[in-house]
Design a protein around this ligand. Sequence first.
Ligand SMILES: C[S@@+](CC[C@H](N)C(=O)[O-])C[C@H]1O[C@@H](n2cnc3c(N)ncnc32)[C@H](O)[C@@H]1O
Length: 371
Amino acid sequence: MLRHLTRKLRAGGPVTVAEYMREALTNPGQLIGIWYISEWMAMGKPTTFQLVELGPGRGTLTEDILRVFKQLASVLSTCDVSVHLVEVSPKLSEIQAVMLTGGKVQPSPEDESAYMKGISKTGIPIFWYRDIQDVPPGYSFYLAHEFFDALPIHKFQRTEKGWREVLVDIDPEVPDQLRFVLSPSRTPASQNFIQPEETRDHVEVCPEAGVIVQRLASRIEKDGGAALVADYGHDGTKTDTFRGFRNHKLHDVLSAPGTADLTADVDFSYLRKMAQGKTATLGPIKQREFLKNMGIDLRLQVLLQNSSDTATREQLLHSYDMLMNPKMMGDCFNFFALLPHHRLVRPDKKDKPESKSPLPPVAGFNELLLK
Ligand SMILES: C[S@@+](CC[C@H](N)C(=O)[O-])C[C@H]1O[C@@H](n2cnc3c(N)ncnc32)[C@H](O)[C@@H]1O
């Protein structure tokens, strides 16, 4: 663990205490890696798959997943795996390259869809793209972890005159201060993005997330695979979730623009609508339920048994608490999956349409939250 952490710190610079805690315990990345292998097996062990990650950040999760793939190399021995990272930030793609390949990457020729390529330390080819549409078609497992919550949203308010869009304007009373105002009339967005059956009074919509989910769903429908989306979010129930964070503290979204990370919770009900007709969806399911279903308790026990000093054991319990406690990430962080429709068909349904045999389980989503 220490060797892994020092490599990470050398590559990407210091990390927050929260990241350190997450790293030291239960990298959810390892359980996520197991989820992909479990789905690959359930889908009949295709001879090749692409792991496609949207917004890999520092590359930590990818590294964890590749470590699991290496540990389970004998299981995957019949399969050609490649990794495809969709990353717009040049700085982060450099950090990912150092983390995953030790810096041994080369820019791709102009006529190739990837802008950079390399080989992982475990020998798997890795490619970088700016857009999901540049990733070659093929059987793929997609990952979007803390990706959608940073994409831009539109905000709408129900008024007596109908839906109005929330806009950002200059505050005429206070110099250099911004304020929210309501559009005096309907805007194209307020006409297009509000569902007729909407019951909330305040709604946030992330059209970019909708477009990306439509693309993922089309690709999964055509070429097979699955997508796992993990993020802060809700199932179409929350209203005003637009927040700013600076140095891990809440920060007014309108003051000192550009100095804080701006996020809004992911509306999974919207993502489900965008996938409709193309793929089935499962979830959202709370992180504490997903990780429990994935066997986090057993993993914690093994780690506790294998650690001899009190400090490490305390650290493990503390990190477990952060991932699982409903007041920390346990309840507000969610998992959601896109799967081909045939993946959720009862095995004997073709012969006996009235069959009541159980649906094939999908790891992590034991309750089969089919919506
Ligand atoms: C909050 S980080 C998530 C990091 C990582 N997935 C994790 O969970 O630790 C968001 C990532 O998405 C990237 N990103 C943001 N907008 C993007 C876009 N439109 N296309 C591709 N990547 C994007 C950022 O550069 C960053 O790598």
